[in-house]
Design a protein around this ligand. Structure first.
Ligand code: FMN
Length: 221
């Protein structure tokens, strides 16, 4: 697959076919992604591939925590505590486009919550990868993690697999560490749902927007 196509055609996939992904394919994806760069080649990534009963147990525990009103307690702050533009507007647009694809009205809070809880079901994906990083590592290594994360998403495209990066699956890191027996000195960065996309679902048929190059680039000749 051409690199431009792999990058431009990747989307966040939120509906999957009921089709398993072989261990061989998953290994090939990780085998490609491990060539991602990292500062002084520290390769800070630690991955747990979650499927079957374990995935179900995590999903059940997330939903249970949500239903009991337990507040998410992520290992790090992904977003600003106070939103300002232009991020606020882009975030708003992102939500609007998603709800439109899901045919959920602006005021339909109940349906929105229901849709957002699909995060905790990994959108029906057969596989979820959990990305951990040793707490001892600095901010720079999180940068490395991001590159590894994108490499996994792109390598998956080569196998006609779709993925959805999910910060929401790191809402309750203690649940995940507990079920996966991951020591407390590892931060849970993110989850990544993975599987064969169900292209018949409208939620997989819309494209998010991007600002053009000139909007974020200054040329200093
Ligand atoms: C680190 C990260 C975390 C994300 N977390 C979620 C999430 O929890 N739930 C979700 O539905 N989408 C999540 N997304 C997907 C973004 O909403 C999506 O990447 C963005 O809207 C751009 O759309 P695209 O991926 O289809 O190009 C996440 C993306 C990234 C990079």
């Amino acid at each position: 697959m051409n690199i431009n196509d792999a990058i431009k055609d990747r989307i966040s996939v939120r509906a999957y076919l009921d089709k398993a992904v072989s261990k061989d394919t998953l290994t090939q994806i990780l085998d490609t992604a491990r060539w991602a760069p990292s500062g002084t080649n520290t390769q800070p990534w630690k991955i747990v591939v979650v499927q079957g009963e374990t995935k179900q147990a995590i999903s059940d525990a997330f939903l249970d925590a949500h239903n009991k009103g337990i507040k998410p307690n992520p290992d790090y702050l992904y977003y600003p505590e106070e939103w300002v533009n232009p991020y606020k507007a882009r975030r708003f647009q992102c939500g609007m486009d998603l709800y439109k694809a899901l045919d959920i009205g602006r005021e339909d809070k109940e349906k929105r919550v229901k849709a957002s809880l699909d995060n905790y079901r990994f959108f029906g994906a057969p596989v979820s990868l959990f990305f951990f990083i040793d707490k001892i590592m600095g901010k720079g290594s999180w940068f490395d993690m991001g590159m590894f994360y994108q490499s996994v998403m792109l390598a998956a495209r080569e196998h006609e697999l779709g993925s959805c990066p999910q910060a929401s699956t790191s809402d309750y890191p203690d649940i995940v560490r507990d079920i996966l027996n991951v020591p407390n000195n590892f931060d849970l960065m993110c989850g990544l749902s993975l599987g064969y996309p169900d292209d018949s679902k409208p939620v997989n048929q819309y494209r998010t927007r991007r600002d053009d190059v000139e909007s974020f680039t200054t040329w200093a000749d």
